[in-house]
Design a protein around this ligand. Structure first.
Ligand code: NOJ
Length: 878
């Protein structure tokens, strides 16, 4: 093993949370004016009685009690970037038969793999508003992960939540609303874990833009910032908006959470004790493990004290060969910088998540693919180019998931406008126009990480991608349908052949279907100036002009959009020649089939999970594209508070016709039916008054003993050192200089952490805590809401009734989403009952003073209807 570099050693052992401790006064003065994240220590340890985790805890305890310190460290520390088959790998415990855990992207199925499915991107899944489809999608993704030998699937996503419509990774999440995100995050996590794979809800938290998420990435683009951007958020907004969906996932039992690249109130996401210790593990009672995003760890012992449990991919930054943990964590435990209970808690959390989803040492699936090549034979250790062997076995894990993919992408396709042309029935002549309807000439996987805009767009780019097993283009599927129907069919699959296009679409009887797109993705790819985040909200490759031109000469124009979020339709949506507008989102491998199912009315469409504003400015929020704090961390003040997307539009432009009012509102989407809402009734339930949790935790448990003799931790003679691998052994055993260069070496924790930071004695329990998700009484049902929905139209259709609540009070949103259900296949003339439960949490605000949820005395009103702005029923909640 290599000796530590001075820099690495200095950083690793004990640099404390910069926002809280360990800085000189000058630096503190400079920072005093900046947003600040208060310290919260010690890091909460697991609760053996936590609901749903009892059995997992017992199994983890039995296993962890047998581990040596080195084995424990091995489970917490990644082996280094590209050192192992998966995007993240930790060390194995061969002595007890535990294989190296494999962490693999991502939120729409497996990345860097083969014979896997390419599921719809989450924003399309979100647009289904269907809990069972979310769960089915999660389960199918989980099954594929399991079949490949993946232990932790790096998804689903609820951060970004979609604060700015340009946000590059918004589409990895389910839509711009915390309630919708929370329901989808929880259902998807449950699905993944039902398949026996640990889900990883990410990115915690406020990772709302790609620009400046990492200093290094920004340097490459000419911005010389020293630290990542800080998302500056007040406590109320944090609870009511950004943390909300994560609490749902924690309640649902999610096994892991990924902390994010950005800083929050000037403290790094993976080192922010308030957010990890205080809110996630304290209030929410999260029992699983916190894993860092890749290179999002910026210190050693300080991250351990702040609640990080696993470092990914293990090296300080890609391929340095150094780690903040590994041998340094071993040393930290030996010298007492990191208490024994903390390393035990890290490993307990990791192993409890593992056992919770049904894994056992007996049913482990060896990892049978390799992220770094599609060849069968290659280097097992790609970084070091070592260990040649069979690394890809091409195990086909797709089963019948294509059926689900086709169905859920169709049900997540939103019809924004329809003047009667849809559904199509045996049209005489269909002409399809636009590159976005056709194939990528380089093949569906021709661009690494899907980082291009060639051919139809069915996915975003970055780590939230998978390789397509095939891609049904709209052109393929619409032509097949046309042939079946006896329809004449032609397509022009370029945006730049106007003479030919015009000649085609001006012929008699032509229904012109024009396609356009706009993508988005992760910040490591810059596509035409869209550095992850979009640089504007217009369509790409001349899409707006194409639509305008086609509709100027063809009176039966149907517009199909594949976009990662809202685009500006202002200039053309009202043109009467545009007879329909369909948002087909990012549908995955069955793209064309899903679209055809909607255009021809074979299944029911979804509802928009975000607002379509008239201008970019109308959203009131945007990405920060230029650093605003010199070379220091950009300061992104979330001054809009909880007012993003529909909450913002409702505030500034409540009525149709108001300046800046949405063109298509959140929750909107046409269907095949006409739905009448009636007979609203609200039933109040008698529940016990809310009791903040009191009392104390148990004392921090410790499992096993360890020697403090450094000689016991020397790199063993029998093991060959692999270049760049991160190991748990020490670099030197000769003296206390093992971490020479570390300014904190030899100091007690007291000298660089706040008092009590590593105290393992029983701790007071937070009032808002109690069980996974938070205080149990937050889920008491206070009201049941019922109404009748009747299909007065002439076609069977799904409907998505939505419940909004006005919580009342100054400075509160006009309404917040608090319930919905996708009711499938309501026949003409049929009436169905819709029922929703409003919990205490649904009716509460976060009270900063009492640090708890409170149902305020303000009058509250419930609304029911088919979108955030079409709410025919309302009632006061007394
Ligand atoms: C960075 C991304 O932010 C994260 O979502 C992903 O899981 C990791 N890279 C691993 O690829």
């Amino acid at each position: 093993m290599k000796p530590l570099s001075l820099v690495a050693a200095a950083l690793l052992a004990a640099v404390a949370d910069a926002s809280t401790i360990g800085e000189d006064h000058k630096a503190l003065d400079a920072r005093a004016k900046l947003a600040y994240s208060p310290p919260h220590y010690p890091s909460p340890w697991m609760d053996p009685q936590a609901h749903g985790w009892e059995d997992a805890y017992a199994k983890a305890k039995a296993f962890v009690s047998q581990l040596t310190l080195l084995e424990k460290v091995n489970i917490t520390t990644g082996t280094g970037w590209m050192s192992g088959p998966c995007v993240g790998n930790v060390g194995a415990v061969p002595r007890l038969g535990l294989k190296a855990l494999c962490m693999q992207d991502g939120p729409l199925g497996l990345r860097f793999s083969d014979y896997n499915s390419a599921f719809p991107v989450a924003v399309t899944s979100g647009a289904t508003w269907s809990k069972h489809l979310w769960r089915d999608r999660g389960k199918a993704m989980g099954e594929e992960a399991k079949g490949k030998g993946v232990d932790v699937l790096l998804g689903p996503v609820a951060g970004p939540i979609g604060r700015a419509p340009e946000g590059g990774r918004n589409a990895e999440g389910f839509g711009a609303d915390p309630y919708l995100q929370g329901q989808a995050l929880a259902s998807t996590s449950v699905g993944i874990q039902e398949a026996g794979v640990v889900a990883c809800a990410k990115h915690y938290i406020a990772n709302e833009q790609e620009h400046f998420r990492q200093a290094g990435e920004s340097h490459d683009r000419g911005f010389n910032i020293s630290e990542s951007l800080s998302s500056n958020i007040d406590d109320k907004t944090m609870h009511e908006l950004y943390a909300w969906p994560f609490a749902d996932a924690v309640k649902a039992g999610v096994g892991s959470i990924m902390c994010s690249y950005n800083q929050i109130n000037n403290s790094y996401g993976c080192q922010n004790s308030k957010l990890l210790n205080g809110i996630l593990k304290g209030e929410m009672g999260f029992q699983g493990f916190v894993m860092s995003d890749w290179q999002a760890q910026h210190a050693g012992a300080a991250t351990a004290a702040a609640g990080l449990d696993m470092t990914m991919p293990g090296d300080t930054s890609f391929n340095t060969g150094y780690s903040y943990w590994g041998g340094n964590l071993t040393l930290g435990v030996i010298n007492g910088t990191v208490p024994e209970w903390r390393i035990d808690d890290m490993v307990m959390r990791i192993m409890a998540a593992y056992f919770k989803v049904g894994r056992t040492l007996e049913n482990q699936v060896p990892t049978n693919f390799n992220s770094w090549t599609r060849d069968s034979y290659g280097w097992e250790d790609q970084a070091a180019q070592e260990n040649w062997g069979l690394i890809n076995q091409q195990v086909d894990v797709r089963a019948n998931h294509a059926n689900h993919i086709r169905e859920s992408a169709a049900k997540g396709t939103v019809i924004l406008k329809n003047s009667g042309v849809l559904p199509l029935t045996k049209p005489k002549f269909v002409a399809v126009v636009g590159e976005d309807a056709g194939p990528n000439p380089k093949g569906p996987n021709g661009c690494p990480n899907r980082g291009c805009d060639d051919g139809t767009m069915a996915m975003i780019w970055g780590s939230g991608t998978s390789e397509f097993p095939y891609l049904i283009t709209p052109d393929n599927a619409l032509q097949a349908q046309a042939i079946k129907d006896g329809t004449r069919y032609e397509s022009v699959l370029t945006n730049y052949a106007w003479a030919e296009t015009k000649a085609l679409i001006t012929q008699p009887n032509v229904t012109a279907i024009v396609f356009a797109n706009a993508g988005g993705g992760e910040g490591f790819i810059d596509l035409d100036g869209n550095a992850g985040d979009r640089k504007n909200l217009t369509l790409w490759k001349n899409g707006d002009d194409l639509i305008k031109n086609v509709s100027s000469v063809n009176p039966y124009t149907i517009v199909v959009l594949h976009t990662a979020g809202p685009v500006l339709v202002t200039d053309w949506y009202n043109n009467p020649n545009i007879t329909a507008i369909v948002w087909a989102g990012m549908p995955g491998q069955e793209s064309g089939n899903s679209l055809t199912d909607i255009l021809y009315g074979k299944t029911s469409p979804g509802r928009s999970p975000f607002t379509w504003g008239p201008t970019r400015e109308s959203y009131g929020t945007d990405v920060m594209y230029k650093p605003n704090n010199g070379d220091d961390a950009p300061q992104d003040d979330f001054t809009e508070g909880v007012f993003i997307d529909h909450r913002h539009f409702d505030k500034v432009a409540p009525k149709k016709g108001d300046k800046g009012a949405p063109i298509y509102e959140f929750g909107f989407g046409l269907s095949w039916g006409e739905f009448k809402y009636s007979q609203l009734s609200v039933q109040k339930h008698n529940v016990r008054p809310y009791q903040p949790t009191t009392g104390k935790t148990i004392k921090a448990p410790e499992f096993g003993n360890f020697s403090t003799d450094l000689k016991d931790y020397a790199f063993p003679k029998g093991i060959r050192y692999i270049y760049q691998w991160i190991y748990p052994w020490l670099n030197t055993t000769t003296s206390g200089k093992a971490a020479s260069g570390d300014p904190y070496y030899g100091k007690t924790a007291k000298e660089f952490l706040p008092p009590g930071a590593i105290d393992g004695s029983p701790q007071p329990r937070q009032g808002a805590s109690g069980a996974p998700g938070g205080n149990r009484q937050l889920w008491d049902v206070l009201y049941t809401v019922n109404c009748i929905i009747t299909n007065t139209g002439s076609r069977t259709s799904d409907e998505v009734p939505q419940v909004y609540v006005s919580l009342g009070g100054k400075g509160e949103p006009v309404r917040v989403l608090r319930g919905f259900e996708r009711i499938e296949r309501i026949a003409p003339g049929q009436s169905v009952q819709f029922r929703a439960e409003l919990t205490r949490r649904d009716l509460s605000n976060w009270d900063v003073d009492s640090q708890n949820w409170v149902v305020t005395k303000e009058p509250k009103t419930v609304f029911v209807g088919s979108s955030s702005r079409n709410l025919p029923l309302k009632a006061r909640l007394d």
